[in-house]
Design a protein around this ligand. Structure first.
Ligand code: AMP
Length: 402
């Protein structure tokens, strides 16, 4: 079955057409600057080995963007299917499913209403996801569609992990609790880890460190997520590219008083100007730049930034090993987790040796494949697993549409 996987942002749309039988990517691409001047579609017909095609055309809305994607996929010269009838289903990435959606779901009117109701929990993301759904419904009537939620995998967390220490009425009345994000990635990587360990998924204790521009850690015990570092929103947890992660909530009032800033301004700082970008005094949110600085003799900025980032990751690994009363595997994934031997090394060498972790430096230097990089027989294994959220969305979509 050919599944079109759609990941819609407020001004962008990423897509992949996946043959869910062979699990091969047929074509992929990205629409940028939707609704903004200078919009373009970057399209790659992967299956034919064709070159990247760049189509610059005005995209006033997401419907036009989807139309351009469908036109590219069926184009006589660089298309990959003869007609739209060769696309049997669409899988949509949805950021927030609240407590309503604990698994992927066929998109019916009722489900779409449910996603709308979750919009106050993700006011930037869910409305964009919904616009993508509407555009596809308009242009591909009758094609079954599935919603795959970033929060769903974490819905198995027990109450003790998802409740905050605030009045319980806030949970009852407003559903303020930990939800967690990157769930599709945590699920894919933890399943893959069990495969690599050659152990049944439901008998493994796995910690997944999804370290990208956004970053989160999760604890997966016996095939179920039992804790994760992001919270009500993706702001909690690790120090990220530009997000602060955990801070003392009283800092918000303190900054408001000291700098005369509004709540909105402070939230913008915590989301967009903090994390490693803020810690490095504006040097960069990109770990490649921070690593370059870190490796320079006498460098202070790169060192303090990477060390603070890695320390926070290590603390979460420690606390999740305790939460699960043990750990079989610690996995690294996403942009930084997959590509930064330096970050993996600081975390494992400085903090995890007491658990018996020992990293093989040669294996740690490799890239782009599933790998076990630890050499210890006893103690948890350390794995690097390139994540594949699109494949996971295609799998769930196929399962539900069959
Ligand atoms: P993601 O959000 O998963 O796409 O990750 C994006 C981030 O990965 C970038 O902002 C970089 O900081 C980081 N990254 C990508 N490639 C490398 C690399 N070769 N070495 C270190 N960090 C990298």
């Amino acid at each position: 079955m050919n599944v079109l996987v759609i990941n819609c942002g407020s001004s962008s749309l990423k897509f992949q057409l996946i043959d869910s039988t062979s699990e091969n990517v047929i074509a992929k691409g990205l629409c940028e600057r939707i609704g903004i001047e200078g919009s373009r579609l970057v399209y790659t017909p992967v299956v034919s080995g064709g070159n990247k095609v760049i189509l610059e055309e005005a995209m006033p809305d997401h419907t036009k963007a989807v139309q351009m994607v469908l036109d590219a996929l069926t184009n006589a010269e660089y298309g990959v299917v003869k007609s739209l009838s060769e696309i049997q289903a669409v899988g949509h990435r949805i950021v927030h499913g609240g407590e309503k959606f604990a698994s992927s779901t066929l998109l019916t009117e009722e489900v779409i209403e449910g996603i709308k109701e979750c919009s106050d929990l993700a006011p930037l993301h869910n409305p964009a996801n919904l616009v993508g759904i509407e555009a596809c419904r308009k242009l591909m009537p009758g094609v079954p569609m599935v919603g795959v939620f970033d929060t769903a995998f974490h819905q198995t967390m027990p109450e003790k992990a998802y409740l905050y220490g605030i009045p319980y009425s806030f949970y009852k009345e407003h559903k303020i609790r930990r939800y967690g994000f990157h769930g599709t990635s945590h699920k894919y990587v933890s399943q893959k880890a069990a495969e690599l360990l050659n152990k049944p998924y439901d008998q493994c204790k796995i910690i997944v460190c999804h370290l990208g521009n956004g970053a989160s850690v999760s604890a997966v015990s016996n095939g179920q997520c039992v804790d994760t570092s992001m919270g009500l929103t993706p702001l909690e947890g690790l120090i990220m590219g530009t997000r602060s992660g955990d801070i003392d909530p009283a800092i918000i009032e303190f900054i408001a008083n000291k700098e005369g800033k509004s709540l909105g301004e402070i939230m913008k700082i915590l989301n967009k100007e903090s994390g490693v970008l803020g810690l490095s005094d504006g040097l960069s949110s990109d770990f490649r730049d921070l690593e370059e600085a870190y490796l320079k003799e006498g460098d202070v900025v790169g060192k303090r930034t990477l060390e603070a980032f890695c320390y926070r990751v290590a603390k979460y690994i420690g606390s999740y090993a305790v939460a699960m009363n043990g750990v079989d595997a610690i996995c690294f994934t996403a942009g930084v987790g997959e590509n930064s031997p330096i970050v993996r090394n600081i975390i494992c060498e400085n903090y995890l040796q007491f658990m018996g972790v020992e990293v093989d430096q040669e294996l740690n230097g490799k890239r782009g494949q599933d790998l076990i990089i630890s050499k210890n027989e006893n103690g948890p294994k350390v794995l690097v697993i390139p994540t594949d959220e699109e494949l996971m969305i295609a799998r769930d979509t196929t399962e539900l549409v069959k």
